[in-house]
Design a binder for this molecule. Structure first.
Ligand code: ZN
Length: 286
């Protein structure tokens, strides 16, 4: 039941978030009334949508994927994004239960809300970075506040000695015994890696937005989580970049926005960080 509600929240936030990310123009504040306000309308016939046409997924199914006024096809991207966010929210809730070893309750509710807020902001950031090639400062600031809340809450309510996305393996990397130092080192390392890359490439390729994003990511995922996150995003980014070049969509010079790869890296560390390290050490026979 609780997971059905979380799924529904995912649908609603997916629907709202996608529109928000599409409306963002880079000039106004993300939550400016000009961006957030204003009724949704059909991009084809410009007719304002009625309230029941805004119900995620249901309206799409009832209208068989067409606009009620002009019959133009509504892209499948809308329901696809809504369903994806629904599942993402549910998976986050399941992972939180697993990660913290907690049952349903207040702690669960607070942690799920915080982690969902974090990944929802990353979802907005990905679409905006793909569209405009920028990462809004207000999103990075929001991520920093949420990251601080998650680590603060974790330190307060759970054994801070054990907490790491890499579980007991984090001990191998040192620093695991003090949650604040561990996560401050993560943030510093994030700035060092990505700030360094911005300086070396003089802003071509990696942008200041990516370096700023590395602060909340480094702080939340800590040491050595940020290391895994960076490695994963570089590898996937390189593969996708080569793919684009091979198919002539991009040249070596045109930059592929890097924010979405950092988001993929975050998902990887959050969901599979421990599993991956565990698999690797078993493979090595340790
Ligand atoms: Zn229409």
């Amino acid at each position: 039941m609780i997971f059905a509600i979380i799924f529904f929240f995912g649908l609603v936030f997916g629907s709202f978030g996608y529109v928000l990310a599409l409306r963002y123009d880079g000039d106004h504040f993300l939550l400016d009334p000009k961006i957030v306000g204003g009724r949704s309308y059909c991009p084809h016939c410009h007719k304002t949508l009625r309230w029941f046409e805004l119900i995620p997924l249901v309206s799409f199914l009832v209208q068989r994927g067409r606009c009620r006024s002009c019959n133009v096809r509504i892209g499948f991207i809308y329901p696809a994004i809504e369903i994806s966010l629904g599942f993402l929210f549910v998976f986050i809730a399941m992972r939180v239960q697993d990660l913290y070893g907690i049952a349903l309750g207040t702690d669960f509710g607070i942690l799920v809300a915080l982690w969902i807020a974090f990944f929802f902001a990353l979802f907005l950031l990905s679409i905006i970075d793909i569209r405009l090639g920028i990462i809004p400062d207000e999103i990075n600031l929001f991520l920093a506040v949420i990251a601080l809340s998650i680590i603060g809450f974790t330190a307060m309510r759970f054994s801070p000695i054990d907490f790491s996305l890499l579980g007991e393996y984090s001990i191998l990397f040192g620093l695991a015994n003090t949650i604040w130092i561990n996560h401050l080192v993560g943030a510093a390392l994030g700035v060092f890696i990505f700030g360094g890359l911005v300086a070396i490439t003089r802003g071509n390729g990696m942008g200041m937005g990516d370096a700023k994003l590395a602060v909340p990511l480094g702080f939340l995922f800590g040491w050595p989580g940020i290391l895994f996150l960076s490695a994963f995003s570089f590898i996937v980014g390189a593969i996708v970049g080569l793919f684009f070049i091979a198919f002539g969509k991009k040249t070596m010079k045109s930059a592929v926005p890097f924010g979405p790869f950092l988001v993929l890296g975050s998902l990887f560390v959050f969901f599979y960080g421990f599993g991956f390290v565990n698999w690797y050490f078993h493979l090595m026979g340790i």
